[in-house]
Design a binder for this molecule. Structure first.
Ligand code: HEM
Length: 548
């Protein structure tokens, strides 16, 4: 049979189809290879991803395991990030804890008494109601005896002086350390040692007078404040002239250099300590310490030499100060050399650093607010004796001076949050119908900075208005848990009186001799990698001498 045209066509078409198929086939063969490779690759990638997921799963489960913790207990949860928890800045160190806390506080304040948060994966309670803060610090203290830092002492055998500071102590050792250290800074003892602050204040203004002519009235005030606190603390604790005010040519001054190195290290390590809450064993592994070895050695030697000097001076060298208290502890309680150095450093840590920073802020706020400064100066000058002295009682009782100090402590909130540990299981009444059971070991944060900057309690919170503390208003605000510059209850700041004396005395001396003026630039406190919101870097203020 002859093939029809169609058939021919068909064949042709088949052939051409075949060719076409062949033509199509060839690349397909190559393409299939490619697809097979690609397919294999997909399988490998998929398998790889599964393996990665399987490997990551336990980590993810580990990190998020607790994230339902608060929901199960009926407490509103501030949504955490998987890896970083509620306060990412603690780990990334990109943002200050105060800033992370502010976001949570603003979202939930006024709606709840407390919310559940996560420090990475670790559940924690964040207090939002000041009345609850008062309950934790004061009325229910028996269930919250420890601070977060107090767990440290149990394992930090190598940090021999830090572990003698009540701040890092818990249980019975906290009680006995606090009792021994505090007896040396009681009101009675400070009154007996008051000459140290009178003399220190005079030395401060003499130093300023010398500097002011040299540097055209402008002084870097952070350095000035630390020179003053180094001076009064070294005189009170070791009975020595540190030279910070009397020998300015000594650069660097050894006492100030060591104190600055040590305190900045210690405060930085507190923030590291907080960040390692998620894996407390890492503190042991890293042999975390708060006081560097170098400064331990320096202050140990200083204590040894000061004691030898005091003893060799006999009755001629006797005076009431912290060194005489240390000698009493040695005699009456058989305190060892390490105990004495530990107690000395407990007073120096905040007596030098925190109090120096508080003074810097007070001077800055006064420079920014000339009317408040003038009002304070008028109060000071009308109370000074003719020889320009002021008795201890008078100093403690000046009302506007007290208001200025409290207002600058409120604004700066140098220790911006307190983390307490539940030591006995207890309850928190969340509202009329809901009670939260708090397990022993749970940590609870009190956002002191946020209370101090909340306009519901302090209208125009960023303004410096000492009058808000008129008529001893601070007492009522403390009782309500709203104003806590020194915390409250049995673990209230041990050195509160000492700090107030140091601050007030410096302000009296400076303001009676100088007008403090801010430069053109307004400085704003901001957070660093640590935990506060404070003035950073150099703070240049102008000091204009009054003619007598
Ligand atoms: C303006 C200066 C000061 C401020 C604002 C301040 C503030 C505070 C605050 C808020 C606390 C409680 C911290 C917490 O619960 O986590 C505290 C505790 C403490 N402060 Fe101060 N402080 C100052 C000066 C001093 C001074 C001069 C000393 C020297 C003795 C001192 C020694 C202590 C000690 C030992 C503790 C721990 C108390 C304990 O846990 O029993 N502070 N301070």
């Amino acid at each position: 049979m002859e093939p029809s045209k169609d058939n021919l066509n068909g064949r042709r078409s088949m052939q051409s189809e075949g060719l076409h198929r062949v033509n199509q086939y060839q690349p397909r063969v190559r393409g299939d290879c490619k697809y097979t490779d690609r397919g294999n690759m997909y399988i490998i990638v998929t398998l790889g991803l599964i393996v990665v997921h399987l490997l990551l799963l336990p980590i993810d489960v580990y990190l998020t395991w607790h994230h339902k913790y608060w929901r199960k207990r009926g407490l509103v949860t501030a949504r955490p990030l998987t890896l970083l928890g509620t306060y990412p800045g603690l780990l990334t160190r990109q943002r200050n804890l105060v800033e992370d806390l502010q976001k949570v506080y603003d979202k939930y304040k006024g709606k709840h008494r407390a919310v559940g948060v996560f420090v990475t994966r670790q559940p924690q309670i964040l207090v939002l109601d000041p009345a609850l803060a008062h309950e934790i610090l004061v009325t229910n203290f028996r269930c919250y005896k420890d601070s977060l830092t107090s767990s440290y002492i149990r394992h930090a055998k190598w940090d021999k002086y830090a572990r003698r500071n009540p701040f890092w102590a818990s249980g019975k050792s906290w009680r006995s350390l606090r009792t021994d250290a505090q007896a040396g800074i009681s009101s009675h003892r400070l009154k007996q040692a008051y000459a140290i602050w009178e003399e220190g204040g005079r030395m401060l203004t003499n130093y300023m007078e010398a500097q002011v002519t040299e540097h055209k009235n402008v002084l870097e005030t952070r350095d000035l404040c630390f020179r003053y606190t180094a001076h009064v603390m070294a005189d009170f604790i070791w009975g020595i002239d540190a030279g910070t005010l009397t020998r300015p040519e000594e650069q660097p001054n050894k006492v100030q250099q060591m104190a600055s190195k040590w305190t900045s290290y210690a405060f930085y390590m507190i923030s590291v300590f907080m960040a390692t809450i998620v894996a407390p064993f890492s503190r042991l592994l890293l042999r975390l310490r708060f006081y560097p070895k170098e400064t331990d050695e320096f202050f140990s030697k200083l204590t040894e030499e000061s004691i030898a000097m005091r003893l060799s001076a006999g009755s001629a060298g006797s005076r009431t100060d912290y060194l005489s208290h240390l000698l009493q502890l040695r005699e009456q309680k058989q305190a060892t050399h390490d105990d004495l150095v530990g107690h000395a450093l407990t007073v120096m840590l905040d007596g030098y650093d925190t109090t120096g920073t508080a003074l810097l802020h007070a001077l800055y706020y006064l420079a920014e607010n000339p009317a408040s400064q003038q009002k304070l100066r008028t109060e000071i000058l009308s109370n000074l004796n003719t020889d320009r002295s002021l008795s201890f009682e008078h100093l403690c009782g000046l009302p506007y001076l007290e208001q200025v100090v409290y207002e600058s402590l409120r604004l700066s909130s140098l220790i911006p949050q307190y983390t307490k540990v539940c030591t006995n299981a207890t309850n928190i009444q969340l509202n009329e119908s809901k009670t939260l059971e708090v397990e022993a070991g749970m940590t609870i944060m009190i956002p002191n900075y946020q209370f101090h900057h909340d306009k519901r309690y302090f209208p125009d919170p960023e303004m410096f208005k000492p009058e808000r503390f008129d008529a001893a208003a601070h007492l009522e605000l403390m009782r309500k848990g709203i104003f806590l510059p020194f915390s409250d209850g049995p673990r209230i700041c041990m050195g509160m009186r000492l700090a107030l004396l140091t601050l007030k005395s410096a302000l009296i001396h400076v303001l009676s001799e100088f007008q403090v003026v801010r430069g053109r630039e307004k400085l704003r406190p901001h957070g660093d990698a640590g935990f506060g919101m404070v003035l950073q870097g150099n703070v240049h203020l102008e000091y204009r001498r009054f003619s007598r």
